[in-house]
Design a protein around this ligand. Structure first.
Ligand code: ATP
Length: 249
C-alpha cells in the first residue's frame, strides 16, 4: 500500500504501528473521520488483551461468516472509513470471492467522504461500489444515519458490517437481516445483536473470511456445517474469557 511507512517487520508492535499509520493516512486522505481515530484506539486496547491473534472461536465465526456470504441470495459488505483505510484490497478480494457487493455506509455521512472511499476502493480494484444512491432507509434511525442503497443493504438478506455502531446494528437486525459483525469488543451492542459476532481485528478477520470462502465455495453441505457448528453466545463468552484471563506478554 503506497501510504505504508517503512516499519521494521520484526518490531514487536509492527501490526499495531502499521494499523495506526493506515488510520492516520486515512484521515489525511479524507477517508476516515476523526471519530474513527478514537474507535481505533478502543479496538487496539481489546486487541492487546486478546493477545493480538485470532482466537479459535473467532476463526469459527469467520468460517460461519464465509458460509453465510456464499449461501446468501443477496449479500452486501458494508464499508466505513476505518475499514476502507485498513483493508481496502482485502475487502475487494472478499467481495470477488463471495460475490457480495461492496457498499460505502458511514456513521458520519458526507458525500465527499463517500466519494473518497469509493475512489479508494476502485483504486484497489473494485468495479462496482454502492452507497452513492442512498435511495433506501433503515426504519427507526434518524435521517442521515438511515440512508442506504435500496438495491444494496436495503435489499440484502446477509450484511457484513465491520465496526458498526450499535444503533444501526440493532436496526438492521430488526429488519430481519442476517448480520455478520466484526468488532473487537465482545460486549459492544453490535457484537451482541449479531447473528455472527466476529471478535477479531478487521486486519486479520477479512483475509481469514476470504480464505474460508475459498475453501467452502461450491460446497453447500460444508457451508451448512460451518453455520450449524457456530454458536454466537459461546463465541462471545469465549472472547470475554480470553480477555479477562489471557496472559499478557
Ligand atoms: P457500540 O455502539 O456498538 O457499543 P461503541 O460506541 O462502543 O459501539 P465505537 O467507538 O463507535 O464503539 O466503535 C468502535 C468499535 O469498533 C469498538 O467496539 C472497537 O472495539 C471496534 N474496533 C475498532 N477498531 C477495530 C479493528 N481494527 N478491528 C475490529 N474492531 C475494531
Amino acid at each position: 500500500m503506497s501510504e505504508d511507512v517503512d516499519l521494521p517487520e520484526n518490531h514487536p508492535r509492527y501490526e499495531s504501528l502499521l494499523t495506526r499509520h493506515r488510520i492516520e493516512a486515512g484521515v489525511d486522505r479524507g477517508i476516515t473521520s476523526r471519530q474513527g481515530l478514537i474507535a481505533q484506539g478502543r479496538g487496539e486496547a481489546f486487541d492487546y488483551l486478546l493477545g493480538e491473534r485470532t482466537i479459535d472461536s473467532a476463526d469459527a465465526a469467520e468460517r460461519a461468516a464465509a458460509a453465510y456470504l456464499l449461501s446468501a441470495e443477496h449479500a452486501v459488505v458494508s464499508v466505513n472509513g476505518n475499514a476502507a483505510a485498513l483493508v481496502p484490497g482485502e475487502l475487494v478480494e472478499l467481495s470477488e470471492v463471495t460475490g457480495a457487493a461492496l457498499e460505502v455506509n458511514l456513521f458520519n455521512r458526507t458525500e465527499k467522504r463517500i466519494e473518497a472511499i469509493a475512489d479508494y476502493l476502485r483504486e484497489h480494484g473494485a468495479t462496482d461500489v454502492k452507497g452513492l444512491t442512498a435511495d433506501g432507509r433503515i426504519p427507526g434511525l434518524d435521517h442521515e444515519r438511515a440512508k442506504v442503497d435500496a438495491d444494496g443493504i436495503g435489499a440484502a438478506d446477509v450484511v457484513l458490517v465491520p465496526l458498526e455502531d450499535g444503533d444501526r446494528a440493532e436496526a438492521l437486525g430488526e429488519m430481519g437481516k442476517t448480520e455478520l459483525v466484526v468488532d473487537l469488543n465482545p460486549r459492544s451492542r453490535s457484537a451482541e445483536v449479531a447473528t455472527v459476532p466476529i471478535i477479531d481485528n478487521i486486519i486479520r478477520a477479512i483475509p481469514t473470511i476470504t480464505e474460508h470462502a475459498r475453501d467452502l465455495r461450491g460446497d453447500p453441505d460444508a457451508q451448512q456445517a460451518a453455520i450449524d457448528a457456530f454458536d454466537a453466545d459461546s463465541a462471545l463468552t469465549e472472547a470475554e474469557r480470553t480477555i479477562r484471563e489471557g496472559d499478557l506478554e
